[in-house]
Write a protein of this length. Structure first.
Length: 267
């Protein structure tokens, strides 16, 4: 299973899915260009990453594999699936936006729209966020005490906060976010991805076959509202839509056993 990490994150996010590995899945986490250890290249379109991933799959000898995309990563998972349907065995997209995404609703704050309207200011804000992450020096609680950390908490539902209050889970998520900004290009990359999200899809959704795609979303998601899942379901009628009542943006981590069954082809 190839994992598409969220926006403003990194390949390390896949470590939060260790339970899937225990079920026998081989997990592969990949930094998109500009994040972590991957060389920066400008974001021009949703399919830019497709060639990189196909090259990696060829190198690893993967003729067919499942894909999982969470949050902003779900957009790129769909871009890969629609252009490589014969390469993907099954795909699950969780808590992902529908495009064009209304960024004013992201993280439960209208500030995001302003930041995306003025990319240079948005990049400045992301650089400030990265400095706070790195300044915390490995202490997630120190970061959460900053204005930027408090803003992220503002976008959490009650069920999300249960994970944030788990020290082990929080440590891994913090490390993944900090790794996103290993290079100076991290801030620019976050802004470029959000700008892509504000444009229409332009993807051949008709290429998705029956029984190939699952769309998951939490009904109380404040970071990416559930309306996005309904919109995507209308665009992709062959997909199986499931909305989890009372769950938030972190719904994927609440349902790893069920997720494993889908990715392994058991349901």
């Amino acid at each position: 299973m190839v994992y598409f990490h969220g926006t403003a994150s990194s390949r390390l996010e896949v470590l939060l899915l260790g339970q899937l590995a225990e079920s026998g899945l081989r997990l592969i986490g990949v930094d998109r260009p500009g994040y972590g250890l991957s060389t920066y290249t400008p974001r021009r379109g949703l399919t830019d990453f497709n060639g990189d991933l196909t090259c990696l799959a060829d190198y690893l000898g993967l003729d067919k594999f499942a894909v999982l995309g969470w949050s902003g990563g779900g957009v790129f998972a769909l871009a890969y699936l629609t252009h490589n349907p014969n390469r993907v065995s099954r795909a699950v997209v969780v808590s992902a936006p529908s495009l064009p995404f209304d960024v004013s609703t992201a993280h439960n704050t209208p500030l995001a729209r302003y930041l995306m309207k003025f990319p240079r200011i948005g990049e400045f804000a992301m650089r400030h966020l990265s400095r706070q992450l790195l300044k915390a020096d490995g202490d997630p609680q120190a970061f959460l005490a900053t204005p930027q950390g408090k803003q992220l908490l503002h976008g959490c539902s009650q069920t999300d906060l249960k994970f944030v209050n788990d020290p082990a889970w929080l440590e891994l998520m913090y490390q993944s976010m900090a790794e996103a900004f290993r290079q100076k290009s991290g801030a620019k990359t976050v802004v470029e991805e959000h700008l892509l999200f504000t444009r229409p899809w332009g993807l051949p959704f008709g290429a998705i076959g029956e029984g190939k795609l699952w769309i998951w979303h939490g009904s109380e998601d404040k970071t990416c509202r559930v309306d996005n899942a309904y919109a995507n379901s209308r665009l992709m009628p062959s997909a199986s839509l499931e909305v989890f009542g009372g769950a938030g943006h972190l719904v994927m981590f609440q349902n790893l056993q069920r997720l494993s069954g889908i990715l392994r082809g058991e349901c």
